[in-house]
Design a protein around this ligand. Structure first.
Ligand code: 1HN
Length: 348
């Protein structure tokens, strides 16, 4: 913007220096950097191969217990955002390991979390007095300020992806956190309680929305996958997304989480998408099959459980040589609420 047309003179430089100790800055000297004609992000496109993350996590398993670490997680930090613990400018991503017999102690915080289960033959998480078992591909929600703890009663390690709105909460200076004081919170509800009440296309009569987060806490993969399989028969592909469904809050039809939008999409065999860009930087997780995400010409060949990040407003193309399924999350709900979200279909 203006910056290009504002040149530096010795007088102006002296003025900028003079006002600096008085905590003032001339807008015209920085305007072009802060009001860009289109998004300019430090976040870069990147892919983490699951095998590498998994073996490093197992190394960490020999180094520290889940209890001592509180959460044994390797952060997937964007190489363009080093030292910030961010995967995108607004969102965090990590992969967590809970070894057989371990417990990740109960705590709560104002950051909201999603879990996307990568390997589990019997791990569980407890939220708000209810326990849920975790299976591959399940999308599990930890709403903000709810007590949560994790455990693994099976004899295999459990791995899942954590997506949190940490950078967003940090930006707003709204972080609170506390420990429960015991490893596990008391369980007061039967397993499956929230899915019975809220996940059967019904709601208890008179139910009133109490929080902005979906009352369903585990969206099991088999049900979401079955929906995609049924719809696949219609072959009504979106040219940019294939078949993309968003997880909803059954109370109001909105996103399942207030700060993080989550989707599951099917790319049919031999599909090549149209070019697409949107203002919500997106974290994709491979679930089934193999595919290719091309970001401004840079190719990422993904397999199940690999993680690919696409920054804001970068051109993305999807290709799949076989039926392929991707889970994804972004800050789209926040941008929509603020009237900021934009997309562009096709190249230009
Ligand atoms: C957290 O509570 C979990 O509960 C995982 O599993 C990752 C990263 C930062 C802060 C809190 C969990 C987290 C986290």
């Amino acid at each position: 913007m203006a910056q290009a047309s504002v040149s530096n003179t010795a007088q102006r430089e002296a003025f900028y220096k003079a006002i600096e100790p008085e905590s003032m800055t001339a807008l015209w000297s920085v305007m072009g950097a802060i009001i860009t004609p289109e998004p300019k992000s430090e976040c870069v496109p990147f892919m983490w191969q699951y095998d590498r993350v998994r073996s490093r996590l197992l190394e960490a398993g020999d180094l520290i217990t889940a209890k001592e670490a509180e959460r044994r997680v390797l952060i997937l930090e964007n190489p363009g955002l080093k030292g910030t613990s961010k995967c995108t400018t607004s969102l965090y991503c990590g992969v967590q390991l809970v070894m057989p017999g371990e417990v990740a102690p109960a705590h709560r915080h104002t950051q909201s979390a999603l879990r996307f289960v990568l390997e589990a033959s019997g791990g569980h998480t407890a939220v708000g007095g209810e326990k849920t078992e975790m299976h591959y591909g399940d999308f599990v929600i930890t709403p903000n300020w709810e007590w949560h703890d994790h455990g693994n009663d099976s004899d295999e390690p459990v791995f899942w992806l954590d997506g949190l709105d940490i950078p967003l909460v940090q930006f707003l200076d709204a972080s609170f956190a506390e420990g429960f004081g015991e490893d596990q919170q008391p369980i007061s509800k039967q397993q499956g309680d929230s899915n019975a009440r809220y996940g059967a296309n019904m709601l208890p009569l008179g139910y009133e929305k109490a929080t902005p987060t979906s009352p369903i806490f585990n969206y099991p993969y088999d049900r979401s996958r079955e929906a995609l399989e049924q719809m696949k028969r219609q072959e009504e592909w979106d040219p940019c997304h294939g078949l993309k469904m968003r997880y909803v809050n059954p109370v109001d039809g909105g996103w399942a989480m207030p700060t993080i939008g989550t989707c599951l999409q099917l790319l049919p065999k031999s599909f090549t998408s149209q070019a697409y860009r949107s203002t919500d930087a997106t974290v994709f997780v491979g679930v089934e099959g193999k595919g290719r995400i091309i970001v401004d010409g840079e190719i990422f060949n993904w397999s199940p459980r690999d993680v690919v990040v696409v920054p804001s407003w970068r051109e993305v193309v999807h290709e799949a040589s076989e039926d392929a399924v991707l889970f994804s999350y972004s800050d789209r709900p926040v941008q929509e609420k603020c009237g900021l979200w934009r997309e562009r279909r096709g190249n230009n």
